[in-house]
Design a protein around this ligand. Structure first.
Ligand code: ZN
Length: 171
């Protein structure tokens, strides 16, 4: 069994968010346990996606559930986006590592993804809309690119300043 993990707070989490995560070579009990813990944290935090760096582990593992009913947990190990549509859409995006910080991020409308599931089997599928957006956001985490890097510097500065002000006031 792996040790217990938890969602790291900002700004401590940032050193993990800006690092590139490594491939997982074997899907062993530690990885399965980590994946289940991440799912638990995601549901408890009302999130629709989470990546291992957010719990302080720079390994390529993401967990998602973009259904309204919250009844379809998707685990992807070593996810790779193999294709993305030229069509993009811009939508407000949030992140468990930056609570309350919403940024307008452009993402492809449709993508194709490959990876490995918790049984160590290869998977590949197509995703669109919110699901595609969520996968892109989480795969970005594995590449060390938080969503705040996906907006212009001007927008980022403005929104982060506002966000930090709000955080200071609520402390
Ligand atoms: Zn995130």
């Amino acid at each position: 069994m792996s040790e217990n993990v938890q969602l790291l707070d900002y700004p401590e989490v940032e050193s993990f968010l800006y690092a590139e995560s490594t491939e997982i070579e074997t899907v062993d009990d530690n990885i399965v346990s980590l994946a289940h813990q991440m799912a638990h944290i995601m549901y408890n935090s009302d999130g629709i996606g989470i990546s291992a760096p957010q719990v302080g582990i720079n390994k390529r593992l993401i967990v998602l559930d973009c259904t309204e009913e919250k009844n379809n947990t998707v685990y992807i190990i070593n996810p790779v986006i193999t294709w993305q549509s030229r069509e993009i859409s811009q939508s407000p995006e949030a992140c468990l590592s930056y609570p309350g910080l919403v940024m307008p991020v452009s993402r492809p409308k449709r993508i194709k993804v490959e990876g490995v599931d918790l049984d160590g089997k290869k998977i590949s599928f197509e995703a669109s809309g919110l699901y595609a957006r969520c996968i892109c956001h989480e795969v970005d985490h594995l590449d060390g690119i938080p969503y705040i890097q996906r907006v212009s510097r001007q927008v980022r500065r403005h929104l982060i300043r506002k966000w930090k002000k709000g955080r200071n006031q609520s402390e």
